[in-house]
Design a protein around this ligand. Sequence first.
Ligand code: IVH
Length: 642
Amino acid sequence: MIEIRSIILYPAVKSTYPVRKPMQLSLLDISAPEDRAKTRVDELRRQLEHHNRLYYQLDAPTISDAEYDSLFRELQLLEEQYPSLITPDSPTQRVGGAALEKFSSVTHRLAMLSLENAANAVEIRDFDLRVKKNLGLSPEELISYICEPKMDGLAVELIYTDGLLTVASTRGDGVTGEDVTENIRTIRSLPLRLSGERIPSLLEVRGEVFLSLDAFQRINAEKEENGEASFANPRNAAAGSLRQLDPRITARRPLSIYCYAPGISEGADFATQQDFFTAIAGWGLPVNPLVCAVEGIDEAVTFYEEMQQQRESLPYEIDGTVIKVDSFTLQRELGEKSRSPRWAVACKFPPRQAETVVEDILPSVGRTGVITPVARLRPVEISGVTVSRATLHNWDEIAAKDIRIGDRVMIERAGDVIPAVVRVLVEQRSGSERQFLPPGTCPECGSVVVRIADEVALRCMGLACPPQIRESIVHFASRNAMDIEGLGDKFVEQLFSLGLVHSIADIYRLTRDDFMRFERMGDKLASNLLSAIENSKQRELGRFIFALGIRHVGERTAKSLAQAFGSLENLERARFEELVSIRDIGATVAQSICTFFENRDNQEVIRRMLEAGVTPAVELKKVGGRFTGKTCVHRRSWTFHP
Ligand code: IVH
């Protein structure tokens, strides 16, 4: 048995700040009241940060919640009395002011790379051999590695300037991310100011923001109570919470963070990853206590296997482990490939599986009319999420896997992906299982169903097929399209069944009274929905084109079209030849775009949206000269000729 050495990050913590009674005025104290208040304010802040750390990082509080609240209240009162004493790092200032219009972008000084994957012990050992080959070492040599749980959340970068948290940003595309400082400040385990010795003048740290399983379940329960769609997994919930424009909403979502990599720093020099962890933990930054130093790849494989066992009992989701060469000198020598360093590897766990029963197979009609089989399952829990449906992808797959109604099956859920049936437990069949044949007509509208040449999909040809229209509205409002927050499946379903929307254009005619007809709808929620709809009127052109749901036009193609044509009018008028001349656009896509804009109904829907005030912001092509490298977005209004 190999022994793994945990890194001692947090020396035994003694409570250096015993709780004291609120400040007593002493008759002998002759200093000015404001000076006395300042002394007390400083002391209270130190105490509160200290207790925050004991509570959130070490899970070892030494005072009760009520005592903590009373210290907090005392600080709040003093700050109310002496507003000049308020500083940005005060624990009272975690939740900032008003909601933002949009996030501004932040360019990372050092690109935020991603990691290469290893899927099993063999691939982990391959990584070790590559490292040694690149360093010119013999295969027998032992490398010192640091092993870490791979948190399943979102990467962020924090910048501490002279010890003060000044900027926090998402990873974005690795080069540029979004400024989420206000939201990151709400994470209680994260110090707003570093404490301890030799604080560097600049410290950039990368880490993973995540939600505990507890918090995830609480948020989903709340969402369901409000009739909103729940998050598919903790990572989506963390992402949704971090991308809230209103930090007061984020503050109600108890996000956590573990820091795991340095960016650029000034005034600090770390020789190893272990040094880095010890230093940042000493300054109060949260580091996962499970990180380990190992010698050689065998121990790293053991860590991977042990973590896989521990995974079920951890209070948060991990999707693997990360192995990093400990020495920063060796890391530099190994260098990077274009997207990932040669000195680290992400060791992914196999997806989680569970056994259940296929209770029924239902044909489901999507936005483009494709009819896919969906399995209704006996509900089963996989990693904190109750799964009751699985996609069967297409009709050929049902035949290939011979999936029948009543079968016991193994299902699998990997990250974001919709759960899938992996295999049928044929040996457990009783003989009462029933085969399911593809439908001859659309189960929703009764129209004829065709199987398109070269496609395995069945497609409903009905133009007025309700689920197609409903799904096109859900797609239009979705995050990557018009991003109408709150207008998800459930509300669209209600709008549709109340007969309030028949096409995407109807969204812009909705009134407060319409929303108030929903179950469990309050004034506030209705206002939020209306303002989300109003705000969406000015989305970028690329999003608008994507939102239209033109067949074969995904996000990237939509963006290319927006850049190439610069306006919706130009795109509408574009001929087939012009379209195919654009990079990445082939004949099928070009034909689909032409067909879409030639359709009278589509023209009418677009006309009504523009009339309602939808003015997609035009993205100009990147041009040389003064604005080189910048994407310019400007807005213009549209004129109509009804
Ligand atoms: S190190 C250059 N350490 O995994 C190395 N990443 O697949 C930068 N992640 O984008 C990453 N836990 O979001 C590192 N302990 C850990 C991690 C970790 C989770 C995420 C991170 C990264 C992704 C790469």
